[in-house]
Write a protein that binds this ligand. Structure first.
Ligand SMILES: Nc1ncnc2c1ncn2[C@@H]1O[C@H](COP(=O)(O)OP(=O)(O)OP(=O)(O)O)[C@@H](O)[C@H]1O
Ligand SMILES: [Mg+2]
Length: 319
């Protein structure tokens, strides 16, 4: 079914450095959400906090109704079985071949016999296109293959919650397209709750139900894909547009006067860049034969999209 994750007022610091503060969002059960944000804004820290590897200073993370920030280590161990996580660096064991790497969570967390473990491992390896590479060591394969091995390992426990930290970084564009299709198909088939960190705007536009953006130690916005893609908020527009002009600078934030000047220079071009919800990039559909989750708005139904836009505007206005 997937489970809902409800984050409220979450704050994380390291010593005196606040990474982000007062982050509140709900990852709806069974939906795909993407988290965007400039490098260093704490996206990876956010994922690690959700799995309980890092402790927040304030706030709560309710998973299936339970606040995991209050759990002890041995209780967290149980909660972690709900998760399938692909860390940013892949985190494969260098001395183990791919087969053993992918089998590791099954051997660690279950008492399944080796025959069944073999069936599951080969099924997941097939899913990510790694059949034949069972005996390879992580050091002997390409970065993209390591990434896919990490994906397979994240899936072996049939997780309710899937966290992928930049699954597409270091992949060529064709592999990114395959990966996106795999995510959409997986989500339709296993219906887990997904949170994906990515820098790939094209993927962020097509794949998720929801998009969030971290910037300047805050969650600037989190909501349905359509809400973010049609947002007039300058930070959101700059990021989704991949533009230099706007509040986000190379190293840190720019001063207000400079931002205003840049946006004025963009002028009408900036306004024209706000797409109408009817013109949005269509979302990626599951492969033919895989049933679509019922929550999806029929893209073909323009009337449904109009209603959706009205409701999104309404909700954005309430906030
Ligand atoms: N264990 C830690 N101890 C101290 N500081 C940390 C720790 N982990 C992360 N940080 C700091 O937290 C900040 C956010 O790091 P994080 O890796 O979450 O960024 P990110 O948004 O994932 O960036 P990128 O897009 O480059 O992956 C950085 O300044 C980093 O140095
Ligand atoms: Mg990161």
């Amino acid at each position: 079914m997937g489970v809902e994750i409800c984050v409220e007022g979450l704050t994380k610091s390291f010593g005196r450095q606040v990474i982000w503060q007062d982050v509140s969002l709900t990852l709806p059960a069974g939906e795909v959400s993407v988290m965007l944000g400039p490098s260093g804004t704490g996206k990876s820290v956010f994922l690690k906090t959700l799995v309980g590897l890092l402790r927040p200073e304030r706030g709560s993370i309710r998973i299936a109704g339970q606040d995991i920030t209050t759990l002890r280590e041995h209780e967290l161990y149980e909660v972690r079985k709900l998760f399938g996580v692909l860390f940013q660096d892949g985190a494969l064991f260098g001395s183990m071949n791919l087969y053993d790497n992918i089998a590791f969570p099954l051997r660690e967390h279950t008492r399944k016999p080796e025959g069944e473990i073999r069936r599951i491992v080969l099924e997941k390896m097939d899913m990510v296109g790694l059949i034949g590479a069972e005996d390879k060591l992580p050091g002997e394969i390409s970065g993209g293959m390591r990434k896919r091995a990490g994906l397979a390992r994240a899936l072996v426990l049939d997780p309710e919650i899937i966290l992928f930290d930049e699954p597409d970084s270091g992949l060529d564009p064709v592999r990114v397209a395959y990966l996106n299709q795999l995510i959409v198909d997986l989500n339709a088939q296993i219906d887990a709750t997904f949170l994906i960190v990515t820098h790939d705007i094209a993927s962020a536009r097509q794949v998720p139900d929801n998009i969030g953006l971290l910037f300047r130690r805050e969650l600037v916005m989190f909501g349905p894909r359509e809400q973010l893609l049609t947002s007039e908020e300058p930070v959101v527009r700059q990021f989704l547009g991949g533009r230099m002009q706007g509040p986000i600078g190379m190293a840190e934030e720019k001063d207000a006067a400079q931002v205003e000047q840049e946006l004025a220079q963009l002028g009408e071009a900036a306004d024209a860049a706000v797409p109408d919800v009817l013109e949005l990039t269509p979302r990626l559909l599951p492969t033919e034969g895989i049933e679509r989750p019922p929550r999806w708005v029929e893209i073909a139904d323009r009337e449904a999209l109009r209603r959706l836009r009205a409701s999104v505007r309404g909700r954005a206005g309430d906030a």
